[in-house]
Ligand binder design. Structure first.
Ligand code: NAG
Ligand code: NAG
Length: 468
């Protein structure tokens, strides 16, 4: 704990020099049990990765009985963030319409203004930055709503608005230029934009930065003064298990995380103003990078996941923060960080995709054929090494890695996987010696109670909270 806070403090100081910020999307609904200290723990963990702030996603507190605590949780978050040199911005969830209660301008204005004097309030130039998830698909919102909010705040606490309007982001996957142009025409009120679509949209293809370029250049040519926020996410899988195939899907995410980061750092094609990681703690969409929450009801990071816990508990994603940390450092500094440790981060789903489990939406997962049945490994080593991976009968598959940068490898699941399963094993080998060797925290098997396309992420090598 002591070492961790020293690192956090050091990175807070260094931040002053960086011209670019990294936010992580934070689901306030999963902070039910948080106290100020728990917020500080999460913030320290985020700062260790190079994350500068959280974008707080929440729904109107009157939406469900007993949701009032969210207002208090946000208060605690600002108290913790202020003491740690961390930033917070509101990301109002405007996609929510099931409760028939909507955000209103007065309440939004009050809650934004409440933190105008708090040093943790994230600002774009001198304005407070305000973002959303949605606002274009629910008729109570839209351009006039946004314009009204901005006008109301103009004289007291002027805001810069960079919403994430999902129809435009989805449309831009196929028609980037026309969707970006429509966004500008339809939304004269907005200053910047969060392009939410961080996953391939129902296609077996890798994401490109073309939509990002289109939105950024459309904002620029229209003279909008807000930031272009590029979203980066490791995965997407959700199963609401409600019988509606629209509510159960996986996106082709096998190598998405390192690929998206690579497109950001390794050429000049895109230079967003802000990166937003999707997400810190959205467990039910399988794109969290936070540690798994506690299942102990008395813990300050207890989270009730209900049925969805069936594909979350046990599926640790924490080692993905090593991947994020490496590329964030590269992006902020303009050059790749020196590699001082030997680390292989590897991930895999825990059932072959053809497996039909007894629970969950077993035969109705949209895009279920897209993921490869394989173990994916991302190696970051300080000296030339051979990375050796065994997955059941696929024994000792190797690839070479060296200190010039990360190397990806992959090993398919064996043709036959039993119900007992096989546990992938990874070794970092130098001069014929295993420098590090370890196993995944989960086996791959054909025995399952619940459909699961959420991967487990493991680490072999040096620990995540030491060094550089
Ligand atoms: C505005 O929203 C807040 C929070 O949901 C709610 O308490 C309040 O009653 C709403 N005001 C109006 C006029 O609807
Ligand atoms: C996506 O990119 C990876 C390289 O990172 C490549 O191995 C894979 O084949 C690509 N997928 C598709 C569907 O083109």
């Amino acid at each position: 704990m002591f070492a961790l806070s020293v690192i956090a403090a050091a990175s807070a100081l260094l931040r002053v020099a960086s011209a670019t910020d990294v936010m992580a999307h934070f689901m306030v609904q999963n902070a039910y049990a948080y106290d100020v200290d728990q917020w500080k723990t999460d913030i320290a963990s985020a700062q260790q990765v190079g994350i500068d702030g959280f974008a707080l996603n929440w729904i109107p507190p009157d939406c469900q009985a007993g949701l009032d605590w969210t207002v208090d949780a946000i208060d605690d978050a600002f108290t913790a963030a202020e003491s740690m040199g961390f930033k917070l911005m509101h990301s109002f969830d405007m996609s929510y319409s099931t409760c028939d209660i909507y955000w209103n301008q007065t309440f939004m204005q009050d809650i934004i203004s409440k933190y105008a004097g708090n040093s943790a309030a994230y600002r774009w130039n001198s304005n407070m930055l305000v973002s959303t998830y949605g606002g274009d698909q629910v008729e109570q919102y839209g351009n006039e709503f946004f314009q009204g909010l901005k006008d109301n705040m103009k004289d007291s606490n002027p805001i810069t608005l960079a919403p994430g309007l999902t129809t435009y982001s989805m449309g831009a996957q196929d028609n980037p230029t026309t969707e970006a142009a429509s966004l500008i025409t339809d939304y004269p009120s907005i200053d910047g934009y969060l392009n939410w679509q961080a996953w391939p949209l129902n296609v077996l293809a890798n994401l490109t930065v073309t939509p990002d370029q289109a939105f950024q250049s459309a904002l620029k040519s229209a003279g909008r003064s807000g930031p272009y926020i590029m979203a980066v996410s490791p995965w997407q899988y959700k199963d609401l298990n409600d019988g509606n195939p629209l509510d159960t899907w996986v996106a082709y995410s096998d190598t998405l995380f390192p690929d998206r980061f690579k497109s950001l750092v390794s050429n000049d094609a895109i230079q967003p103003d802000i990166i937003e990681l999707l997400t810190w703690n959205d467990f039910c969409e399988s794109h969290y990078i936070r540690d798994l929450p506690s299942q102990d009801v008395t813990a300050t990071d207890y989270v009730e996941l209900g049925d969805m816990g069936a594909y979350v508990w046990g599926q640790n994603h924490a080692p993905w923060r090593i991947v994020a940390k490496y590329y964030i450092s590269w992006w902020k500094n303009g050059s790749p960080p020196a590699i001082t440790m030997d680390q292989v981060v590897f991930w895999h789903r825990i059932h072959p995709k053809a497996t039909e489990c007894s629970g969950g939406s077993s035969t109705a997962v949209r895009n279920a054929a897209m993921p490869d049945d394989a173990v994916f490994a991302w190696a970051l080593v300080s000296e030339t090494s051979t990375i050796s991976i065994t997955v059941g009968s696929n024994q000792y598959w190797t690839f070479e890695a060296d200190s010039t940068g990360p190397t990806m490898g992959m090993v398919p699941f064996p043709a036959y996987v039993s119900s007992d399963g096989v546990t992938p094993q990874v070794a970092i080998v130098r001069d014929g010696v295993n420098v590090h060797i370890g196993s995944s925290t989960q086996a791959i098997s054909t025995s399952c109670d619940y459909q699961n396309f959420n991967p487990v992420v493991s680490l072999v090598g040096d620990g995540m909270n030491t060094g550089s």
